[in-house]
Design a protein around this ligand. Sequence first.
Ligand code: AMP
Ligand code: ZN
Length: 471
Amino acid sequence: MLRLYNTLTRREEEFAPLRDNTVRMYACGPTVYARAHIGNFRTFVCVDVLRRTLKYVCGYLVREVVNYTDVDDKTIAGAQQAGKPLREYTEHWIGAFRADAGQLGLELPEETPRATDDLNLRAMSDMILTLERNGHTYRRDGSVYFKISTLPEYGKLARLDHEGMRDGARVDVDEYSKDDPRDFVLWKASKPGEPSWDFGAGPGRPGWHIECSAMALRLLGEAPIDLHAGGIDLIFPHHENEIAQSEGATKREFARFWLHVEHLFVENEKMSKSLGNVYTLAEIAARGHRASALRYLLLSSHYRKQLNFTWTGMDQAEEALRRIVDFLARLETVTAAGEHPAVRQAVDRARADFRAALQSDLNTAAALAAIFDLVRDVNAAIDARQIAAPDAMAVRAAIDEFDQVLGVVSLRQAEDAQPPVPVEEIERMIEERKAARRRRDFAAADAIRTSLADRGILLEDNPGGTRWKRK
Ligand code: AMP
Ligand code: ZN
């Protein structure tokens, strides 16, 4: 039975979906105005492992929604600066997110809605009108606000006392006038130069919080949904406000489980643009590291613990992953006939440990340890020639099974199958080298060869032309 720490109750609880063996889950997605950083991806990778655990360890069906926040102050400012329409501007960053997510082996959620899709804006508008009918709102200068004093349970997720909910840095303070600083905006009155829609709540644009409530309930069906996830910084005010809106509108519990991923730190400092330590996947790759190693690193620590990103840690992740891949290659060399019960026992033990680790609030660190215990035991068996080909196949099958959830080995193997330089680039450089040689600029031609060799691609000149191969 899967146990998850539920932020709502501050306890580990047994998790099972409410209906149909299907987990209906929502995770807050990226704000699409820049490339997501590796901290964001810590949250998304952990949510991916949650999703895979639900599917492959627990055997549930999963219906997961991860949204794109494509309208807020930052996306609007970015589009204005770029001189592009908002949708076109955010489309670019959505593409960048999908590319990075693909490289990190994230499974595609069933739904990835954009807040500015008409159906979603309509759902937000409808929810606001329901909240209005239920007496939870007021209007001021064309904007609609949620009046939190109308909801006695407000604060139940964040467990903030009223002291903690005073107007302050973490509260959503904006320039709109509010009755109470703790009240938050549902719909912002239109302003010159900003995109504006009217689906019944008046001309304007949605507040951030309403986006998630409306999209979650539109795409996942009746409240309560089974699970809602995000980074720990979203507990307050974002998730508290999502609860207020959804419960104020439906009069039912919004989400049964709330799961929050702790922050990624960089060299012991909080990642922040001003410290210059915000890394993207592209920057990790530029330092010669692969996405599979980053995924490994992000899973090497429990999701509820802070994780400190260091370059040494990246090297260790590369090394650990290499050990598993080398081990799999070594397994292929086992050809003896027969059967060794001790190997089968090691496999059974690893299976049980792996499963127990993930069922214990997604303890990925312990799950990885179970794999390395198996690697150690089987390496010893290979050294002692106490293993036969069918045993090796059973070991391989177990590791494939584990990797369905962790997704690191298959990712590494897919990377290995890809040349380290894109094929089009290699071909373009071969053409440039040919041109350099035609004009007898041999220094330039050699420089091209050397630069490809540095990146792991060797050129071979044959009478028929130049071919390339991997180093
Ligand atoms: P955003 O694009 O800012 O809306 O954030 C996307 C997701 O990344 C949210 O779930 C955030 O809570 C999460 N997040 C932001 N910074 C970090 C960090 N340093 N470590 C882990 N998760 C983070
Ligand atoms: Zn959200």
